[in-house]
Design a protein around this ligand. Structure first.
Ligand code: GDP
Length: 295
């Protein structure tokens, strides 16, 4: 994961090695390489620029050049700033509702259905919850079928109304069903389109208003880099979502979405998907990710 970025950052810090005395020029050169590495990872230009400016200010503030191991201190400053950029602390999931309603939003193919299953499985096996999966895609019967396959594989009930073409009603009826049958989490998998379109945004906004979820999670394919960030912006403007789910991190060699999305939408990444299987889900820890990137 992000091997290129890790390699390039490693090379950037090499500039500081092999120098008897480190100068301001060496530090500036290193930070320039750090910026280049971030740009190559598909991090937005402004974010990369602000990032190195902040690290530089901190380096000056902490008198990096006069410390015993300036290289190590600079690596630490970069690590701290990366952690901050990715959200700082770990963001939990709000399970306070009775039942807790979780709405999944995102484009088709982003991994919504797979992630709905993973989340249900996580809540069932790790949080002792009784989740209900809800199929709210009224356009693609195959999507409903796919959720049944996922639900079967983890032993979680799926609610659907194949004849009903009103997703608001389906979601509301599912919540009633959950209340009547002792489910304490309702995960609503919605329809996605291949690109953002007005009808899709109106529909999910209507569902969102009607069911008032405790958690609205925006699911996005990490491999799409800056496109992921732009789509996140559009969804956030309409839904004011609570958190981001980055899927397919296992296939993401660059890392741009993971690094930039938080600072663009100001919403935390809550979970990541790291494979197709139902247990390929991880809580997102910014510090662990920063440590991994810096090796
Ligand atoms: P949806 O249209 O948003 O519901 O997307 P799906 O859940 O159907 O996922 C689309 C494709 O991505 C499927 O082939 C999934 O198996 C695959 N997928 C989903 N999440 C991950 C992940 O974390 N890693 C990998 N490698 N594949 C994933």
């Amino acid at each position: 994961m992000f091997d290129n970025l890790s390699d390039k950052l490693d090379k950037a810090f090499h500039i500081l090695k092999g120098h008897g005395k480190i100068t301001e020029v060496n530090v500036a050169e290193t930070l320039k390489e750090v910026r280049r590495a971030l740009l190559d990872a598909d991090v937005n230009f402004k974010i990369a620029k602000d990032f190195t400016t902040k690290v530089k200010e901190k380096a000056i503030g902490q008198d990096v050049l006069t410390t015993l191991q300036p290289g190590q201190l600079l690596v630490k400053l970069v690590k701290d700033e990366l952690t901050e950029l990715m959200g700082g602390d770990v963001a939990g999931i709000n399970l306070s509702g009775n039942p807790t309603v979780i709405l999944m939003a995102g484009l088709q193919g982003s991994g919504k259905t797979t992630f709905s299953g993973k989340l249900a499985n996580y809540l069932l096996t790790k949080k002792n919850k009784k989740p209900l999966l809800v199929a709210c895609d009224i356009y693609r019967p195959a999507a409903i079928q796919q959720l049944y396959v996922v639900g079967d594989s983890i032993g979680v009930e799926v609610y659907s109304e194949p004849e009903n073409k009103n997703p608001v009603e389906i979601a509301q009826n599912a919540i009633k069903h959950a209340k009547a049958n002792g489910f304490n989490v309702v995960i609503v998998d919605t329809a996605g389109r291949l690109a953002v379109d007005a009808e899709m945004m109106d529909e999910i906004e209507r569902v969102h208003k009607a069911i008032q979820p405790q958690e609205t999670l925006f699911v996005v394919d990490a491999m799409t880099g800056q496109d992921a960030v732009n789509t996140a912006k559009t969804f956030n403007e309409r839904l004011n979502f609570d958190g981001v789910i980055l899927t397919k991190l296992d296939g993401d060699t660059r890392g741009g979405a993971a690094i930039s999305i938080k600072s663009v939408v100001n919403k935390p990444i809550k979970f990541v998907g790291t494979g197709e299987k139902m247990d390929a889900i991880d809580v997102f820890y910014p510090i662990r990710m920063a440590e991994r990137i810096l090796g």
